[in-house]
Design a protein around this ligand. Sequence first.
Ligand code: UT7
Length: 323
Amino acid sequence: MIRSVVRGHGAALPKRVMTNKELEGVVETSDEWIVQRTGIRQRYIAGEGETTASLGAQAARAALDNAGLTPDDIDLVLVATSTPDNTFPATAVDIQRRLGMTHGYAFDMQAVCSGFVYAMATADLYIRGGMAKRVLVIGAETFSRILDWKDRTTCVLFGDGAGALVLEAQEGKGTISDRGILTAHLRSDGTHKDKLYVDGGPSSTGTVGHLRMEGREVFKHAVGMITDVIEAAFAATGTTAEDLDWLVPHQANRRIIDGSAKKLGIPLEKVVVTVDLHGNTSAASIPLALSVAASDGRIKKGDLVMLEAMGGGFTWGALLVRW
Ligand code: UT7
């Protein structure tokens, strides 16, 4: 059977680092509160000329280099983002343009922090359905541009960045020893819409709006939803926590990451954590973390890697990949 195999990875971060200390001068907060409650120590903030499309294109180029490929080899550019450069066209077509691609097709996906998991699952279907041989799957965000910088309950949590993977159709045996995406599980429940949302949009207010979150409410649901969907991925593949080499979670909060790993019986040494460095970069957080851990040699070819995310909607999902 056809499998969607990771052939390359890349990442891009804005030039400017913003530390917790610096935030103490913006809102009434402290480095101690932020570290204790979230594990975040710094985040990157996009400057002039740095946008979701520019960061996404940079991550895409890095992933293509890592894969030893060029834009000519790509059939589909799929971008997970909630902070597009423009309401339309899709950020994906702008990235396609920046890569000099005039062939193939490109579109965006919007599932907030779960966007990258949704995009990977979608790319897998396009590949297995024969509609693409190679897909650039990009998670790219500039959440700093939709934050209310007077709201300390949200502005300390998020950051900007982008990550990308190149997925390639390869022949597999149809067993869990195959490389590539082994199973994908997506969920959403719109009854939670008002717990994490942006209070603007083209059709409602005609403005971009700002991020609003009932943090405690999101926190309350996070661990249960994450562990539930990971259990579904284990059940579908006949694997257990012991078979995993790495858990690469969405990086929202260290306490949510640790709580989920503990509940699943996954030792913390097997969990990739970058929330301290990047903050919550929404759809970019998983590909950024993957790129960090694959570049530093932690994630190796053949490793069994679980990706999971939960966010606005609520949306959540898990994906089991053999690297
Ligand atoms: O990626 C999408 C998914 N999003 C998430 O996963 C976020 C989920 N939620 C969380 O991570 C946590 O709920 C937060 C980190 C947002 C907040 O942590 P918490 O432990 O749930 O704190 P809290 O909201 O219960 O607030 C505790 C106290 C409050 O003061 P009082 O009411 O107890 O006097 C807040 O006003 O901390 C206060 N507080 C702050 N203090 C200093 C809230 N934000 C800050 C701040 N600095 N930045």
